[in-house]
Design a protein around this ligand. Structure first.
Ligand SMILES: Nc1ncnc2c1ncn2[C@@H]1O[C@H](COP(=O)(O)OP(=O)(O)O)[C@@H](O)[C@H]1O
Ligand SMILES: [Mg+2]
Length: 375
C-alpha cells in the first residue's frame, strides 16, 4: 500500500481536505464577478484551494484561466502563457490552424509549438520586441478573455498565482493589468501570493493601481479538529491505524499547518508497519527522521539569521510569548527592547515568526523543535 499523505505538490482529490467554506465563498465570489485576493503564508494551501475552486467553477459553466507568475519571469513569457489559456478557453487546444486565425490580430505573432508526446500546444513570443508591442499583445489577449465571456454568455475567471511577482516581471505591468481589468467587469479575478509584505503593498497602498481593488480573504491553517478525520482515515484506509493521542501530538506540533501536517503524517505512516498502530514510539522516530530531512532547509534559515535573531529564536523555541516585555527579556537574556523589536520585525517579514497582538511565536514548521534539539 502506498503512503496516503503527500506534501509538496498541490493537494488534489483525496489529498485535499476541509476548506468547504472557503471553496463555497470563493466560487460564489467568482460567479458574482467579485475580485478576490487571498493572503496566506506559503504552503498553507492557497494553490490547492484555488485549484479546487477552479474545478467547482468548471461545473458551473465557468471558463477558468490560471497563470502562475513564478513561471513567467518576463512579459513575453506572460504573454505566451496567456495565449495558451486563451486558446484553451476558446476551445482551440490542438487546433493549430484555428488558433493562428484567432491570434491573427495580435501585434506580435506567437510561435506555436506542438508537444509530440501529448499534442498540447505552447506559445512563445520572442524576446527583443518593443516593450509597447508586448504590452499591446498582453492587453489584446486579456481582451479576448472578456470578449469570450460576453460572446458565450459564460463567466470567465482569471486566476493569478504568485501575484506578488508582478512588479518583478516589469515595473509597468501592474498599471497595465489594472487598467485592462478595470474595463472588464465580466471577467472576475482571483489573486494569490505568498510574500505578505509585497502583497500588502500591491493591494493596500493608496498609490498602487490595485489599491482596494479586490475583496481580501485571509486563509488560516486547517482547524486541527477538521484535520483529524482526514488523518485517521488516511491510516485506516491504507492498512494501518493511529492512536488518538498520537493524532493529538501531530496536530499539536503542526497547529493544522497543511503542508507540515501532511509531511509529519507521511513520516509517521512510513514508520508504522502494515496492520499495526502508530503509537508514541513511531511518532518520535517519525519526527526525528523528518527533522533530519528538513535539516538543510532549517540550518539555512539559522545561517541567515543575525545574532540577535538567533537569540530571539532560541527564546521563542522554548517559550512563545511577549518578547518585548521586560520580564520576558530578563528571563531569556534578550537585549534591549528596540534591538529585540528589530529582530522580531526582520523575522516577521520573512514569515519565520508570527506576531498577533504582542504575542510572538515561531511560524516556520518544525523550526522550534529543531532549535530545541540543537540548542
Ligand atoms: N486542503 C488541503 N488538505 C490537505 N492538505 C493540504 C491542503 N492544502 C494544502 N495541503 C498540503 O499543503 C501543501 C502545499 O499546498 P499548496 O497549495 O502548494 O500551498 P501554497 O500554494 O499556499 O504554497 C500540499 O502539498 C499539501 O501537502
Ligand atoms: Mg502556491
Amino acid at each position: 500500500m502506498s503512503n496516503p499523505f503527500k506534501y509538496g505538490p498541490i493537494a488534489l482529490d483525496e489529498s485535499f481536505t476541509d476548506r468547504d467554506a472557503e471553496v463555497a465563498e470563493l466560487s460564489a465570489d467568482a460567479l458574482n464577478g467579485q475580485d478576490v485576493v487571498i493572503f496566506a503564508p506559503r504552503r498553507y494551501g492557497k494553490t490547492s484551494l484555488v485549484h479546487r475552486v477552479a474545478q467547482r467553477l468548471a461545473t458551473r459553466r465557468a471558463l477558468v484561466a490560471e497563470v502562475n507568475l513564478w513561471f513567467t519571469p518576463t512579459k513575453e513569457k506572460l504573454a505566451g502563457r496567456l495565449a495558451r489559456e486563451v486558446a484553451d478557453i476558446l476551445g482551440l487546444a490542438g487546433k493549430a490552424r484555428e488558433i493562428a486565425r484567432a491570434f491573427a490580430g495580435l501585434r506580435i505573432t506567437p510561435t506555436i509549438t506542438i508537444d509530440p508526446n501529448d499534442g498540447s500546444l505552447s506559445f512563445s513570443f520572442a524576446a527583443g520586441h518593443a516593450s509597447q508591442d508586448v504590452d499591446d499583445t498582453i492587453e489584446h489577449l486579456l481582451r479576448m478573455l472578456a470578449e469570450t465571456a460576453v460572446g458565450r454568455k459564460r463567466p470567465v475567471v482569471l486566476i493569478m498565482d504568485e501575484f506578488q511577482e508582478i512588479a518583478e516581471i516589469d515595473p509597468g505591468l501592474t498599471k497595465l493589468l489594472r487598467s485592462v481589468f478595470q474595463e472588464q467587469p465580466e471577467v472576475s479575478h482571483i489573486y494569490l501570493g505568498s510574500k505578505r509584505h509585497l502583497m500588502e503593498r500591491i493591494f493596500n497602498d493608496a498609490n498602487e493601481p490595485f489599491w482596494r481593488s479586490a475583496k481580501r480573504v485571509e486563509l488560516g491553517p486547517i482547524e486541527p479538529e477538521a484535520f483529524r478525520p482526514f488523518i485517521v482515515a488516511g491510516f485506516r484506509d491504507h492498512g494501518r491505524n493511529v492512536e488518538d493521542g498520537v493524532v493529538d501530538r501531530v496536530l499539536a506540533v503542526t497547529g493544522g499547518h497543511p503542508y507540515a501536517t501532511q509531511e509529519l503524517c507521511y513520516f509517521l505512516w512510513a514508520e508504522t508497519p502494515a496492520k499495526r498502530v502508530a503509537r508514541d514510539g513511531q511518532f518520535d522516530a517519525a519526527l526525528t527522521k523528518l527533522l533530519r530531512s528538513e535539516h538543510s532547509h532549517l540550518s539555512d534559515l539559522w545561517d541567515r539569521a543575525t545574532a540577535n535573531q538567533r537569540l530571539l529564536l532560541a527564546a521563542l523555541a522554548d517559550a512563545p510569548g511577549h518578547p518585548l516585555s521586560e520580564d520576558y527579556r530578563a528571563r531569556h537574556g534578550l537585549r534591549g527592547a528596540s534591538t529585540t523589536q528589530k529582530a522580531i520585525d526582520g523575522l516577521v517579514k520573512q514569515e519565520i515568526v508570527a506576531k498577533a497582538g504582542g504575542f510572538v511565536r515561531i511560524a516556520e514548521p518544525f523550526y522550534a523543535e529543531w532549535i530545541r534539539r540543537n540548542g
